[in-house]
Design a protein around this ligand. Structure first.
Ligand SMILES: Nc1ncnc2c1ncn2[C@@H]1O[C@H](COP(=O)(O)OP(=O)(O)OP(=O)(O)O)[C@@H](O)[C@H]1O
Ligand SMILES: [Mg+2]
Length: 252
């Protein structure tokens, strides 16, 4: 019997696992193709070194998880490639998981007929957007099953994913509800030693205690704001990247 009929090649076997886990990673269609290879480092050359550090973050994901090391990608202006880099990091990190899974039992995964159902609900790497989640979470009275299921999926991932990407952090921060949610997510990740990659148009350092520019100074949200600051500061130390933003790639 031809071996090819019984077994996938190593490459095919790994790529099947990768595709399965990528589908569970909840990355928006629009960003699915983002990689380090197609990130144009000539566009704003200052950001190339930040991209490079995130590449190394992804390549060393198991070390990153052990530390645990989180990252904060920030620029005031839009279109600097923060989400692009966050997704590229997520995908490259996912490859490290795939390699590790494959190596644990190459024959099992090379054997044709293996349906990979064991990974149906496994999302080691997960992408969520703050605004998308908050909006859907507020629809708790809806009968729309898709919305309810997505909320549940994201909630599970906040707790269980090994690497969580929170896109557009602090996008919506003006209500009690939002602060309650954000502090709860951070508490989960921090207490359980799990890394997060944040992208944001807000400099979280303005929430530091006593800072005069803190928009929540002397408001009821002051303690939530300083709590968020203190957690993010500790989690992302060494991986806080301020992206240059004098151009928008979309206007390129
Ligand atoms: N240097 C780059 N090379 C290739 N594509 C890029 C680059 N920078 C941005 N892009 C592309 O431009 C679009 C906008 O980038 P992206 O969404 O990553 O920016 P952002 O910094 O997250 O913006 P925002 O602040 O609005 O969230 C995306 O489609 C992204 O793939
Ligand atoms: Mg973005």
């Amino acid at each position: 019997m031809n071996k090819r009929l019984l077994y996938y090649s190593e490459e095919e076997a790994m790529s099947r696992i990768y595709r399965k886990l990528l589908a569970n990673a909840h990355i928006p269609e629009k960003y699915l193709d983002c990689t380090f290879d197609n990130f144009d480092t000539d566009f704003m050359p200052e950001n190339a070194k930040r991209a490079k550090k995130m590449k190394s973050f992804a390549e060393n994901i198991f070390k990153v998880m052990e530390i645990p090391q989180s990252a904060y990608l920030f620029s005031y202006r839009n279109g600097t490639g923060k989400t692009h880099i966050a997704v590229a990091t997520a995908k490259l990190a996912l490859w490290q998981f795939v390699k590790r899974i494959y190596q644990q039992n190459p024959f099992k995964y090379r054997r044709r007929g293996n349906n990979l159902n064991e990974f149906n609900h496994y999302a080691p790497v997960f992408f969520m957007s703050e605004k998308n989640y908050l909006w859907k979470k507020k629809q708790y009275r809806t009968r729309n099953q898709e919305v309810l299921q997505e909320v549940e999926l994201i909630e599970n991932a906040i707790i269980n994913s090994d690497l969580l990407i929170i896109d557009d952090f602090f996008k919506e921060r003006d209500t009690e509800f939002t602060f309650g949610e954000l502090t709860a997510w951070l508490c989960q990740r921090y207490d359980y030693n799990k890394p997060v990659i944040f992208t944001s148009n807000e400099d979280f350092k303005i929430f530091r205690p006593g800072f005069e520019g803190n928009p929540y100074l002397e408001t009821e949200h002051y303690y939530s704001a300083t709590y968020l600051y203190s957690r993010i500061e500790e989690m992302t130390q060494g991986f806080q990247f301020v992206f240059d933003d004098y151009k928008d790639y979309r206007e390129n």
